[in-house]
Write a protein that binds this ligand. Structure first.
Ligand code: SF4
Length: 513
């Protein structure tokens, strides 16, 4: 074994499989002491069994291996091409990569895939977000920041893989999802209450009702066995850097939790998968109906698929449009005209019925619609929104905080008459009695505060625009001065007959080859 190898060699113990060679490692999955040769054999044999028992492939099929250059997909490409040869699967294998356009990450990992193409003799196809959607992840992150970037990336990648697979005319896509990934996804779907995904996340083959199914030959293979053992001992060429936009903290917690469980009880990963497999969805649970996107024709349970909604948001400069649960998103699409005319910061009337309407401001667009603010309150419930005089639209109003008082249908309290009765009224009773006046007063105060705020914002924007213009002018004048100095130095250098000065100047200006 090489010096510095990660897996521990256990003294003079013999391999528990062949009983002849020295054990070289402890299998993370079973904790058996085993030699390297036997490990390769059982590792590959287990994957072969999974493929055979689940009938993942048929002879003559064209299979695309989703290749990111990472450890899982590299090992998958290597093992599948080995098994294909050894067991005569009769498959035509291809590498399929998605270029998200992440400088410093994907460009480097794609170099690894290109080397894998030569090492394993598998043809490679790369599809890019830029070509498919007109946006790179670098550009998307520039627009939306690091909060929801993985939502965009995940949705776009899913479609990109399918589109690449269609271009390759393959029958199936094999992905490198391993047992740890699947256990993590089971947990996440439980935590999110996502019944639809929980029902299908443990399936070894998915999308059989769609154009190109996907399968996971590593469904029962532990991540540790793939990376720190198999890939390491086989010295496979893979890329191990994390994505620079990887803030997925929620998934990170689930991953840590699974790792902790694995330390205590290695079987925990398989048990979580088994639990996921045995979930039964009640027949009364309403599942989304699959159809096709009206815009691009991709599989979708909504009018527009998620990628089209996200893309629409990006192209319209409203990237938050597609974030959140998809029900509201497609409502947004239906209310497209409304979205087009309503602006953030705009004042509208929300009509709660029974003669009560308040003036509120649109403070955010979310995946479910518009969010309204009334003074310090966020508003919930369903009401109609009137914009100006001519645009009454029924609209859902969502909220995250307290609810403002609604109109009451109770008649005015005519029973309370006389001074004594009036004296006995407390603050709350008075407030109840005059609630319409209270609401109007609060509304007027809210409107006043909001107007002051938006006026302040207007002035700040104006100041910033002035500052930007001044900075641009300063930049132009500095560039001019630099060019002037350069010209002077070049002239001086041309007078030096030795040419040394001129060569130094070229070096200094980065013009020397
Ligand atoms: Fe895309 Fe997020 Fe993964 Fe990076 S971490 S590749 S942004 S999904």
């Amino acid at each position: 074994m090489e010096a510095g190898a990660k897996p521990k060699i256990s003294g003079a113990r013999l391999c528990c499989s062949c009983n002849q060679r020295r054990a070289a490692l402890k299998r993370p999955k079973t904790l058996e002491q085993i030699c390297r040769e036997c490990f390769y054999e059982v590792f590959e044999e287990e994957i072969h069994q999974v493929i055979v028992e689940n009938q993942l492939f048929k002879p003559g099929e064209r299979i695309a291996i989703g290749a990111s250059g990472g450890k899982d997909s590299t090992v998958l490409a290597y093992v599948l091409s080995e098994l294909n040869r050894r067991h005569n699967y009769g498959l035509d294998l291809f590498l399929l990569s998605v270029d998200e356009g992440i400088t410093g990450y994907r460009d480097d990992s794609l170099e690894t895939v290109k080397r894998n193409e030569l090492q394993y003799g598998l043809p490679l196809k790369i599809v890019s977000y830029k070509d498919l959607y007109g946006w790179t992840m670098d550009e998307i992150v520039k627009m939306i920041g690091l909060k929801n970037n993985c939502t965009f990336c995940g949705v776009f990648r899913r479609q990109a893989l399918d589109r690449g697979a269609a271009l390759l005319k393959v029958d199936k896509v094999a992905t490198g999802h391993n047992a740890d990934d699947i256990a993590e996804t089971v947990l996440l779907n439980i935590l999110r209450g996502d019944i639809a995904r929980l029902g299908r996340c443990t399936s070894i083959t998915t999308g059989e009702d769609g154009p190109i199914p996907r399968c996971k030959p590593f469904k029962y293979t532990y991540e540790k066995e793939i990376i720190s053992t198999y890939a390491y001992f086989k010295k496979l060429d893979y890329f191990s850097t994390e994505c620079i936009y990887s803030p997925n903290a929620y998934r990170g917690f689930a991953r840590e939790f699974i790792k902790d469980l694995e330390r205590i009880r290695p079987r925990a990963i398989l048990d979580i998968i088994k639990s996921g497999e045995n979930f039964r969805i009640a027949t009364s649970t309403k599942m989304p109906e699959q159809g096709t996107c009206e815009r691009c024709g991709y599989i979708s349970s909504q009018k527009w698929c998620k990628a089209c909604v996200l893309l629409e948001g990006l192209n319209r400069g409203l990237p938050k449009l597609g974030i959140g649960r998809s029900r509201g998103l497609n409502s947004d699409v239906k209310k497209d005209h409304l979205e087009n005319v309503m602006e953030l910061g705009e004042l509208v009337f929300i009509n709660f019925g029974q003669g009560l309407s308040i003036m509120a401001v649109i403070y955010e667009r979310c995946g479910k619609g518009l969010l309204f603010e009334f003074g310090a309150h966020r508003i919930t419930g369903e009401g109609s929104v009137t914009r100006g005089q001519h645009l009454p639209v029924r609209y859902l109003v969502f909220a995250s905080a307290s609810i403002p008082p609604m109109a009451s249908s109770a008649p005015p309290d005519s029973a309370i008459t006389g001074q004594n009765s009036r004296k006995s009224l407390g603050f709350l009773a008075n407030a109840k009695k005059h609630k319409h006046s209270f609401i109007q007063f609060a509304a007027m105060t809210g409107i006043l505060l909001l107007s002051i705020r938006s006026l302040g914002q207007k002035y700040r924007i104006h100041d910033l625009q002035e500052d930007t213009a001044a900075l641009k002018q300063e930049q132009a004048s500095l560039t001019e001065r630099i060019n002037y100095i350069k010209r002077g130095l070049r002239h001086e250098a041309s007078l030096d007959p030795t040419g040394v000065f001129a060569s130094r100047i070229r070096l200094l200006f980065g013009e020397d080859n």
